[in-house]
Design a protein around this ligand. Structure first.
Ligand code: NAG
Ligand code: NAG
Ligand code: NAG
Length: 417
């Protein structure tokens, strides 16, 4: 920082570098991302005071800046908050826009025609007005890239969390209520003496009203199990979950589903939480749920496993059959949450893991649910089932769990201390 006094005419190494870069940019070198900017991820993490994940909103080659929308912060939350005019928790990423400046050296490290919505991991720091006279504008410090950004992927995500000291998040725990608004938490562990950020998160879950809810897995609703409920496997870490085998299923007659005389509702939302087991192997098969007409054979609405990473919602009736494919990453053998809302007999809205996945509007009455439907759960399915709740109202799918989580810094997250 402090410059040494030297005789006029003598070049410092910094001046030489500037000259070299000038030559590079004008004649000698191709525009290539310099080696230092493409070092291993761990090194890039260590060299940056702020590392975050963001979605590209717009690129500006002229001003050498990127407009980004923040998704999550790996390190440097406080620093980042200091340049993004943001009040509140530094880890609340809601609505946060970020402007990133790319120094001359790193221009070739960024794809300036990158499509909006590309997701990146960005390595950066806050510019220092004393060192960066040229790049820091009068209205305050900037956020500056320190290395080439990398496209976000699950693998990159894990590598970066590991580099900052956090092991991956554990599973979300059981929701504290089966309806009426509960809460669930998840934890992660710090493998260094200190890790920045939250060690525990919570979110709201099952926030639909209890009225009219059908919960075949609830205590006291056990007589529909085949074979007898006592013979079903329990799941070690999940007190309310059952282990289903291909020869076990739950069958509830339509007369028991809703108060006597009531037909199956035209509008409903179905909530499922399940986990596939590795021993179910290869391609998954089986029916997660099926609503089958008593009188009309071949008339049903069902959710079936459809091979790796997919499930399909099948409706059959009146001689035709419709299928909607749902991308569900079941083959990571973790818990997943699926919520399906049906209304007007033709509109299906699907949420997977607390996020909207798709909405399909089919022909009129395409999903005409059999009014005399029996509900069959888990036929030929092999896996763990924690939640299966039916609510006689549409438009509730987003209430299975919130996509926004709140965090807290828990005192026990460090394994080393
Ligand atoms: C996060 O920020 C948003 C936008 O400013 C705000 O509406 C929300 O309440 C904040 N959430 C928390 C948990 O502070
Ligand atoms: C830059 O991004 C565009 C759009 O996302 C892509 O088509 C192109 O291949 C990328 N160029 C390079 C060099 O990665
Ligand atoms: C997160 O915390 C804020 C403020 O404490 C609260 O208003 C909000 O409801 C919480 N969100 C969840 C999902 O618990």
């Amino acid at each position: 920082m402090a410059s040494t006094i030297r005789p006029p005419g003598e070049l410092s190494s910094r001046d030489l570098l500037v000259v070299l870069l000038f030559l590079c940019q004008t004649i000698v070198c191709d525009s290539q991302c310099p080696k230092f900017a493409e070092r291993p991820l761990e090194t890039r993490v260590l060299d940056a005071s702020i590392v975050f994940r963001a979605v590209v909103v717009e690129t500006h080659l002229q001003s050498k800046t990127l407009d980004l929308a923040l998704v999550s912060i790996y390190r440097g939350g406080l620093d980042l908050a200091s340049v993004s005019q943001y009040s509140g928790s530094p880890y609340n990423t809601t609505d946060r826009q970020i402007n990133l400046k790319i120094g001359a050296q790193l221009i070739a490290c960024f794809n300036w025609s990158m499509a909006p919505q590309s997701e990146l991991v960005v390595f950066s720091r806050v510019s220092d007005p004393i060192e960066d006279l040229e790049t820091t504008p009068p209205d305050g410090p900037w956020l500056e890239a320190t290395a080439a950004a990398v496209p976000w992927s699950l693998g990159v995500d894990i590598a970066i969390w590991n580099a900052v000291g956090w092991a991956g998040w554990g599973e979300w725990g059981v929701c504290s209520k089966t309806c009426g608004g509960g809460r669930q938490t998840r934890r992660r562990y710090c493998s260094k003496g200190f890790c920045e950020g939250f060690g525990e998160q919570w979110r709201s879950c099952n926030s639909f009203e209890c009225e009219g809810t059908i919960n075949p897995l609830a205590p006291g609703a056990r007589r529909n199990f085949h074979p007898a409920q006592a013979k079903w496997g329990r799941v070690a870490d999940r007190p309310h979950a059952f282990s289903l085998r291909p020869n076990s299923y739950i069958w509830i007659a339509s007369s028991e589903l809703f108060a006597a005389g009531n037909a199956f509702p035209r509008e409903f939302t179905l909530f499922l939480s399940l986990r596939l087991r590795p021993e179910s192997g290869g391609y998954g098969q089986g029916t997660l749920f099926s609503l089958r007409s008593r009188r009309r054979s071949g008339s049903f609405l069902s959710l079936e496993l459809a091979g790796r990473g997919a499930a399909r919602l099948v409706h059959a009736g009146g001689g035709s059959k419709k299928t909607i494919y749902l991308a569900v990453p079941l083959y990571d053998f973790r818990w997943h949450h699926i919520a399906i809302s049906v209304h007007d007999d033709n509109t299906v809205r699907v949420y997977v893991d607390c996020r909207w996945l798709r909405t399909d509007v089919l022909e009129k009455d395409a999903l005409d649910t059999p009014r005399d439907a029996d509900l069959i759960i888990g036929y030929l399915f092999s896996g763990d089932l924690e939640q299966l709740v039916l609510v006689p109202r549409a438009g509730q799918a987003y209430k299975q769990c919130s996509s926004q989580a709140n965090g807290s810094i828990t005192p026990y997250v460090s394994l080393n201390t």
